[in-house]
Every structure is written in C-alpha cells, then in structure tokens.
Design a protein around this ligand. Structure first.
Ligand code: ATP
Length: 226
C-alpha cells in the first residue's frame, strides 16, 4: 500500500505557478524532509495533501483519493501558524482535543511529560515561545497517533532544548511505523531525523536520495535558505 501518491499536480496563486505536472510518491513509511526556501510552496503542498486546497492533480493517501473522511482518519497536520486560541492554557487546549478524540487522561499525562510540556502546561498559549508552542503541537501529534503526519516547520526557530525534544518525538513516530513529512527552510536542522528530503525545483517535487543537506545545493537554490 502506497502511503502518498501525487500525480499531475498543477497549482499556483495569482498567475504564479508553484507546481506544474508535479509528482511525489512515498511508497513506504518513514521520516521525510521537505526542504525549500520561504515562500516556495511548502505550506501550500501540505494544504493540497490534506485537501484544504483544491488541485487539478490526483492525490491519493493509502491508495485512496483524498476526501475529508480519509484525511481526518489518517492525517495529523500541524500548520505553522500561531494558535488562535491564545487565551487558553496549554493544558485546556490539550484536554479539549483529547476529549474530542477520546484520548485517556493517562496517555495525555504521559505524552505531555515526554515532551516536557507539563512544565508550562498551565500557562496561556499567547505567552508561549516558538519552542513551547511546537512542543505542545508535537504532544498532540503523538496523542492523535495518525499514520501520516504533516509537520510545517516544527524545528525552524525553536530553542536548542526544544529542537532535541521535538527531533526525539519525530524519531519515536518513525520507530512506531508512522510516516512523517517535516518541512523546513533550515535543512541542517533535519539531519538528525532524516536524510531523505524532498525539494522543489522548476515547479517539480524532487526526492534527494541521501547524503543530507549537501545534495540540496545542486537540487535547489541554496542562496534562498536562511
Ligand atoms: N491564499 C493565498 N493567496 C495568494 N497567494 C498565496 C496564498 N497562500 C500562499 N500564497 C503564496 O504562495 C507562495 C507559497 O506560499 P507557501 O506559504 O506555501 O510557502 P512556504 O514555502 O510554506 O513559505 P514559508 O516558509 O514562508 O511558510 C507564496 O508566494 C505565497 O505568498
């Protein structure tokens, strides 16, 4: 069963083409990077995979064309946006989602502890640093326990301790047989979790087989990376 298959993807905004007859395939579970400069289409690709944007292409998850039901059963998507529910405490936010998803209190407690979120769970989300916000989001990803996880820049701009903690959680997902796609505009931050990267070049999505960030210089324009 193929995890993700994208064929003949065409998409752009206001006359700017981001993807032109692009393909992308993930045949087996694993951890994958999506390394591209700011503004090149990483968030757009995640929105297309999760059906939030319409495309003319064919996108299949687990051999099934995407529908809201297929996405909600199989995908955890962490967008790279500030949480709108800023007045909520982190613990309330987790409890709200855990109740909707029927996740036990025991599992919540264990996962929040693993991510070190229990240290600041009582604080309001509006006071969170990027590292705290991403650790909380990562805790939710572990709790949701979905086969495909789309993480939009969870490592960019976080403090060193959060970087290590989040990388450990991503590795944990990989060991559990989940698939994770981690976008970044700072590919050096991904090297401890994967050396398999997708990059964008000439409106195509290319897989860089291995070798970490060295290969990115030839596949994409390194000047644009932060
Ligand atoms: N709703 C929209 N309407 C018009 N243009 C958009 C819209 N969303 C994104 N774009 C444009 O599409 C391009 C790709 O944006 P996208 O957010 O997918 O890039 P990105 O690689 O995720 O960037 P970043 O690293 O800054 O998050 C950008 O030029 C952006 O301005």
């Amino acid at each position: 069963m193929t995890i993700l298959s994208i064929q003949h993807l065409n998409f752009g905004f206001r006359g700017r083409t981001l993807f032109k007859d692009a393909q992308m395939t993930i045949p087996l579970p694993g951890i994958f990077g999506l390394a591209a400069p700011a503004g090149s289409g990483k968030t757009t690709l995640f929105n297309l995979i999760s059906g939030l944007l319409p495309s003319t292409g064919v996108i299949r998850l687990f051999d099934t064309p995407i529908t809201p039901a297929v996405v909600s059963q199989n995908v955890a998507y962490v967008p790279n946006t500030d949480n709108a529910a800023g007045m909520l405490r982190g613990s309330d936010y987790v409890a709200f989602i855990a109740a909707a998803q029927r996740i036990t209190r025991q599992r919540q407690t264990a996962v929040l502890h693993t991510l070190g979120v229990d240290d600041f769970a009582r604080q309001r989300l509006s006071r969170y640093t990027p590292g705290m916000r991403q650790r909380l989001q990562m805790a939710l990803v572990l709790l949701l326990d979905r086969p495909l996880n789309l993480l939009d820049e969870p490592l960019d701009d976080v403090d060193p301790a959060s970087l290590t903690t989040i990388c450990d959680a991503i590795s944990q997902l990989g060991r559990a047989g989940k698939t994770v796609i981690v976008s970044t505009s700072q590919p050096d931050r991904l090297v401890t979790v994967t050396n398999t990267m997708f990059v964008f070049a000439e409106q195509q999505i290319l897989e860089v087989p291995s070798g970490g960030t060295d290969d990115l210089t030839s596949a994409s324009d390194q000047r644009f990376f932060k």
